[in-house]
Write a protein that binds this ligand. Structure first.
Ligand SMILES: CC(=O)N[C@@H](CCC[C@H](N)C(=O)O)C(=O)O
Length: 375
C-alpha cells in the first residue's frame, strides 16, 4: 500500500471514532478493507466489535501476532482538521486511527508477500476501557489461533517522527479505574446545618487523595492518582445530596496498587464518618502492567539499531496503561512507542500525530516480521 492510500485510510478512520465495544462502523470499515484483499491466504473471524485475521504462511512452524486497538475517546475534537471526527464528542485522541492504519498496511504487505510463518492480526476493541485484550485472549478463537509471539505499538507525541522508543521489562504501569460515589443529605442552600453537603465532602476527598502518593508511596517507587471528573448536585442553591469522583490509579507494581487502594479505602471511610455520608468505591477496569519480554525486546532493539535507519530511543517506563499487558502476560513479545511528534499529547483534543510515522512503522514492522518468520 502506498503512502497516499495509508493516509487516506488514516483520515477516514479518524472521522469515525467510537467508544469501547461500540466500534461497529470501525469494524465494518476494517472488514470492508480486509475483504478487498486477495482471500486465498486469509481466515477472518469477527469477535464482538473486533476482528481476528490470520494470514497463512508458506511453510509455517509458528504464528506471529500483531495487535492494534481500535476504539476512540469521549473527547470533543479541536484539531481543526478538514477530516475531523463526524461523531459528536468522540475523537481518536490516543492515535488508534494511526495504529489501525499501520496494522492494515502490514496486513496488506504480508498478504501480498507471504512469509513462512502464519501471522495473526488482532483488531482489538475497548483499549481505553473497559478492556478488550483480556476477553479476546480468553476467547475460543484465541485458543485455536494462539500466537507464539506478539508485538504492538503506541504513538508517542513526545518523540521525533518515526523514532522508536522501548525498553526491556516494565514499559507501562498497572492501572485501575476509580469511581467513588458519595451520598449525604441534600437541602436548602441557606440551611447547611440541616444537610450533609456532598460537594464539600467530594472536594475534601480529592484533596486528601493527593496525600496518598505524596505520603504513602515510597518516593523511589511511583504512583499516580488522577481524578478526571467530578459530578454532584443539581442547581446553585441546593445543597448536593450526591457527588461522584471518577479517576484512575497507576502504579509500577501490582503490590503497590494493592497498598494504594488500601489507603484510598481508609480515606474514603474517613470521609464517610467525617461527613455523615454513605460511600461506595468501584474499581472498574484494571489493566496488568506492560512487561516487555527481555530477549524478544533486546532482539528487536538490536534489529532496529543494526539493520535499519530508524532512530532507537531506550526509554524509561511510563505511567500510561495498556491492556496489551494481558497479552504479554501469556505470550512472549513486546510493545514499543512510535514517535509522531505532536505539540499536544495523548488524550488531548488537539492531538495531531505526524502521518509521516505511518510509513516508517509499516516498513519496520513488516521487515521485522519477515526476519522473524522466514527461514
Ligand atoms: C495508552 C493510554 O493512554 N492508555 C489508557 C488506558 C486506560 C485504562 C483505564 N481506562 C484507566 O483509566 O485506568 C491510559 O489512560 O493510560
Amino acid at each position: 500500500m502506498n503512502t497516499e492510500q495509508l493516509i487516506r485510510i488514516r483520515r477516514e478512520l479518524h472521522q469515525i471514532p467510537e467508544l469501547g465495544f461500540q466500534e461497529t462502523k470501525t469494524q465494518r470499515y476494517l472488514l470492508n478493507y480486509i475483504h478487498s484483499l486477495p482471500s486465498e491466504r486469509l481466515e477472518i473471524k469477527e469477535w464482538r466489535t473486533g476482528i481476528f485475521v490470520k494470514v497463512l504462511g508458506n511453510n509455517p512452524t509458528q504464528t506471529i501476532g500483531y495487535r492494534t486497538d481500535i476504539d476512540g475517546l469521549p473527547i470533543t475534537e479541536e484539531t481543526g482538521y478538514d477530516f475531523q471526527s463526524v461523531h459528536d464528542g468522540m475523537m481518536h485522541a490516543c492515535g488508534h486511527d494511526v495504529h489501525m492504519t499501520i496494522a492494515l498496511g502490514v496486513l496488506t504487505h504480508v498478504v501480498e508477500n507471504p512469509i513462512d510463518d502464519h501471522v495473526l492480526f488482532l483488531f482489538q476493541p475497548a483499549e481505553e476501557g473497559p478492556g478488550g485484550a483480556q476477553p479476546m485472549l480468553e476467547s475460543d478463537v484465541m485458543k485455536e489461533w494462539m500466537p507464539d509471539f506478539i508485538m504492538a505499538l503506541h504513538v508517542a507525541p513526545e518523540y521525533p517522527v518515526g523514532a522508536i522508543a522501548t525498553k526491556e521489562g516494565l514499559l507501562f504501569a498497572n492501572t485501575s479505574e476509580l469511581y467513588i460515589d458519595l451520598k449525604g443529605k441534600g437541602g436548602h442552600a441557606a440551611y447547611p446545618h440541616q444537610a450533609n453537603d456532598m460537594v464539600v465532602a467530594a472536594c475534601s476527598l480529592v484533596s486528601q487523595l493527593q496525600s496518598v502518593v505524596a505520603r504513602n508511596v515510597d518516593p523511589l517507587d511511583s504512583a499516580v492518582i488522577t481524578i478526571g471528573k467530578i459530578t454532584g448536585g443539581t442547581v446553585q442553591n441546593i445543597i448536593a445530596e450526591k457527588a461522584r469522583l471518577e479517576g484512575t490509579i497507576r502504579t509500577l507494581s501490582p503490590e503497590s496498587m494493592k497498598r494504594v487502594k488500601e489507603r484510598i479505602e481508609a480515606l474514603v471511610k474517613g470521609v464517610e464518618v467525617g461527613y455523615h455520608c454513605q460511600t461506595e468505591i468501584d474499581y472498574g477496569a484494571m489493566y496488568h502492567q506492560v512487561y516487555n519480554h527481555e530477549m524478544e525486546t533486546r532482539a528487536f532493539m538490536n534489529f532496529v539499531e543494526d539493520e535499519t535507519d530508524v532512530e532507537l530511543i531506550e526509554c524509561k517506563e511510563a505511567m500510561t496503561g495498556e491492556d496489551f499487558g494481558y497479552l504479554l502476560k501469556d505470550i512472549p513479545g513486546f510493545m514499543f512507542w512510535l514517535g509522531v511528534q505532536s505539540e499536544y499529547g495523548l488524550h488531548h483534543s488537539k492531538l495531531k500525530p505526524n502521518e509521516k510515522a505511518i510509513d516508517v512503522a509499516v516498513s519496520l514492522v513488516t521487515q521485522y516480521m519477515r526476519k522473524k518468520g522466514t527461514r
